[in-house]
Write a protein that binds this ligand. Structure first.
Ligand code: SAM
Length: 224
């Protein structure tokens, strides 16, 4: 899958792909990334890409022309254009799985106080927030989405079964997990985990997942 980042700050995004799983995915030809800077498209003689808000209000907005020209220049028939903004529905794991089947995703990162709404109206296939807080720009948000999407692409994770038991798979948070040693600073792993009875371990994990979900995420109550 191809990911294009439309951003004024390529360096913020690019370094994320220099290590670990997504770096290996690039080397293995499973994903590719590229960057487009809206400043390269601006027709403003001072190379500006932002302006004051019409109607008043603090801060600057990204102007329509550079963004629209950049998007239309790179968009193909298989492209899916995603805008990042806090003023949208929240991205979740179901979205990540669904979007992992796309061929080309274009992430449009806002800066300043965001993007002129007409750009979103004209060009967005989808609009996402990554949570109820405000970042300084869309780069981190697009990286979060890209990472969550990419790890659902066949072959990206070394062990595909890793995806099966994760939080949100069955609507619950994942149960607590443990590794060696069996006793650490006087804390024991649950004894059932050491006995090798997989159906009992599985039942215990489900019970713990339900308790954890009730405690941390009562909003997921339908699944509980
Ligand atoms: N004025 C905007 C508002 O109140 O909704 C916030 C603009 S924010 C300072 C600048 C850019 O950061 C946004 O255009 C968006 O691309 C990105 N951003 C900030 N928080 C985000 C979030 N929670 N999810 C996705 N993108 C976010």
């Amino acid at each position: 899958m191809r990911f294009t980042f439309i951003t004024l700050f390529k360096n913020i995004v690019e370094c994320y792909f220099e290590d670990s799983i997504l770096n290996r995915a690039i080397k293995n030809g499973l994903i590719s990334i590229d960057f487009v800077n809206p400043r390269d498209y601006t027709k403003d003689k001072h190379k500006k890409v932002d302006s004051t808000k019409i109607g008043g209000g603090a801060g600057m907005l990204m102007t329509p022309q550079p963004l629209i020209d950049a998007i239309r220049d790179i968009k193909g028939k298989d492209s899916w254009v995603i805008f990042l903004t806090p003023a949208a529905k929240r991205f979740n794991q179901k979205d990540a799985k669904r979007l992992s089947l796309k061929k080309h995703i274009i992430f449009v990162s806002g800066r300043y106080e965001g993007v002129d709404e007409r750009v979103i109206e004209k060009e967005a296939d989808e609009v996402f927030s990554i949570g109820d807080f405000i970042l300084t720009g869309g780069e981190l948000a697009s990286l979060c989405m890209c990472d969550a999407i990419a790890r659902n692409i066949d072959g990206v994770l070394g062990n595909p079964f890793s995806l099966e038991e994760e939080s949100f798979e069955d609507g619950l948070l994942e149960a607590p997990a443990f590794t060696k040693p069996n006793i650490f600073e006087g804390s024991f792993v649950p004894s059932e985990f050491l006995k090798g009875n997989h159906s009992k371990i599985s039942a215990l994990k489900t019970e713990m997942a339900i308790y954890r979900t009730k405690y941390y995420r009562p909003d997921l109550k339908d699944k509980i």
